[in-house]
Design a protein around this ligand. Sequence first.
Ligand code: 0A1
Ligand code: ZN
Length: 880
Amino acid sequence: MRTSQPQTIYLKDYEVPPFLVDHTDLRFELFEDGARVHSTLSMRRNPESAAGQPLELDGDSLELESVALDGQALSDGDYEATPASLRIDSVPDQFSLSVVTWIRPQDNTRLEGLYKSSGMFCTQCEAEGFRCITYYPDRPDVMARFRTRIEADQSRYPVLLSNGNDVERGELDDGRHYAVWEDPFPKPSYLFALVAGDLVEKKDQFTTVSGREIDLRMYVEPRNAEKCDHALVSLKKAMRWDEEVYGREYDLDIFMIVAVDDFNMGAMENKGLNIFNSSCVLASPDTATDMAFQRIESIVAHEYFHNWSGNRVTCRDWFQLSLKEGFTVFRDTQFSSDMGSPTVKRIEDASLLRTAQFAEDGGPMAHPVRPDSYMEISNFYTLTVYEKGCEVVRMIHTLLGPEQFRAGSDLYFERHDGQAVTTDDFVRAMEDASGRDLSQFRLWYEQAGTPRLTVEDEYDDAQGTYRLTIHQSVPATPGQPEKQPQHIPFAVGLIGEQGKALPLRLSADEDENDAPTQRVLELTGDSHTFTFHGLQARPVPSLLQGFSAPVRVDYPWTRDQLMFLMSHDPDGFNRWDASQRLASDVIESLMHQPKDVRTDRRLLTAYRHLLADRSLDQALVARMLQLPTVAALIEQSETADVQAIHEARRRVLTELAVELRDDLVACYRRNQESGEYRLEPEDIARRALKNTALAWLLHVKDEEGRMLAVKQFEGATNMTDRASALRALVNSDFEGDRQQALDRFYGQFKEDPQVVEQWFAIQASSPNAGSLAHVEALLEHEAFDWKNPNKIRSVVGAFAGQNLSRFHAKDGSGYRFLAKRILALDETNPQIAARLVSPLTRWRKFKNVYSEGMKSALETLRDKPDLSKDVYEVVHKSLK
Ligand code: 0A1
Ligand code: ZN
């Protein structure tokens, strides 16, 4: 057991910083056995803070070499230093503090602060990594101008980078050299970055709207030189889009992107020097799938957009994380939507939210978009803060409309440029610019839990009216037993007999021709009734169009109505939603039926139509053909029986694939491409459709499917087709072909870590190939590396997060496996260890056969002596 309980930090305890930093002057001496960091801080007391407070700086695992105040060396008795803090009781109102620390980047496996990845030095300072470099008031509301001098061996580290502009370079003795960087924009320490390595530089240019020339530079290891184009193209698109849509222009003369292999998260928005996980930035058609290309485009944009939403205007404290993340995710989803298919983008985002975020919101780690307490802030980079936070901003956009939203965003940037602010400041800017009152809306930031809307309807034949009554309830969550109703924009449509969207007349006097076919109803109370007039027959309601709010909707659609919506709803999102509801209903009902009960023929008919439908956006068709995932089905059930869900889903899939066999082959052949790989929406959709058809055929061991898969695998001109064929073979019972393909794939790509990650993930997530024994064997594979988060995610993460029928083996072996790996990882990388606990946290959601094993795995974790704060928080909250 951990001997002491980590401290909980509360939002209500926030106080302004007692000291401010005007200038931060850093000098890094980089060596193979460590780094010496000289920092000189020009500090002064904060006039807004209580007088006479001692100076207390944050540290983490630091070794102090010396301290000087206004140039005078201090002796031991003048200060109190531990690896985690430096305290000086008496300091003047204004002073310069010089500190020298010694750190060991080469041994830093936590990947926080300064560390080494593939021989290069790099940093990760968000949220509290800067304190692993030097003593500092490491909080986002302390903003300083940084000057950074880096000294290192010239041949090993020819490239030396930091934030801002490079103002000086030169040679030193002993084959060393230096570079000096100055960042004119005051920034919090979490945005600091440094890179030193032997990297190639890819250059590009961007001319801003006001005619300024910006140097775009991408730095990668020489072997990745050919994988930079897509990121640079994406960057330029993002820069232009932010000018056009938000009126935001880039502010420095250089913008740099660096790719590193060892990185805890996806990427980081350091001022002028974005650092990316290689897997989120490097791509070529030969090595990256369509999905990876799209993901890279959105992450490059996300990090770039942070330059305004995050860097120019930053967070006052970490409780406000969604201020920058929710808004920036919203901006990147708008961007991706503009670059591709808006409906498909919405489906992707909503399905992530509905499975994973709803699960988080209904579990023991549930927290509001603006949390009010935490033990370890790294645990709060969550789907709630990011994705639900994005939905909250999206709802403001819906309520205000695009023009007023833009006015609110302009006001926010103008009012708060150069400041560290709160989510409340953001909402206030939106209110002030629009004149709308968002006071009740603010509950979205304060209350955790997913609101549930229960909808009832009534059609009055004689009057020609249709009444919708909507009840709202927000469930209790840890620490929040009572909830108030929230302000919910609820977009609806009504579909008439001929499949026509009907005019929505809210009063009898309203002219039919003036009435819109979609309305955003605003729900603010426990229940509301809306009456629609002038209807000749009972319509089918299309509810929560476009997923207008992150809520659950209960309405008893019949299967016939769902089929009707699937082919007639003008809202593409709801067509997809109808397909998911229909398939879920069919799968769930089979769970309680004997094995010989057949799948509802209506599902078959619906899919047959879809497969033949060429009029509909083919990207949408590809999405609609996907059965709900096991994770989604778990989320929808009251108490989950994973094996029963998995089996029922398999039965449906098998029956559909057998019955639709000829349609699938036809669909495959129709969408087969010849010619060059293009990343256009139609081509992406064609590949998606073709590869879904292929997966289904292999699922039922179809001989023609096997032949097509092998042929596609061998002849593929791009990674989407190659990896899809491999996945289909791995998920099939053609064991010989599976192994052969796996070996060939590895042989061909073993030098490329991003491709090897895919190779690992395809196996670990496969219910067929990914047995626990096989996954254990993957951990022993020559390409596996416990120090690399991507490899851990692609094996352990993929197994526990995606291979649910194997992970939830009834004998508990999957849970014990995970617990054992988390225990080991806790010693080297607590952030990654804590993230891996997540599949165990919702144990109460599962039937006893599962929940007992999950709970006991959590107890094993709890009993480890000296558990990291990261894992401690997740485990203890889960067991509470
Ligand atoms: N701010 C980054 C994500 C990020 C967060 C934390 C990190 O280390 C603990 C690293 C990156 C983003 O939103 O892209
Ligand atoms: Zn972000």
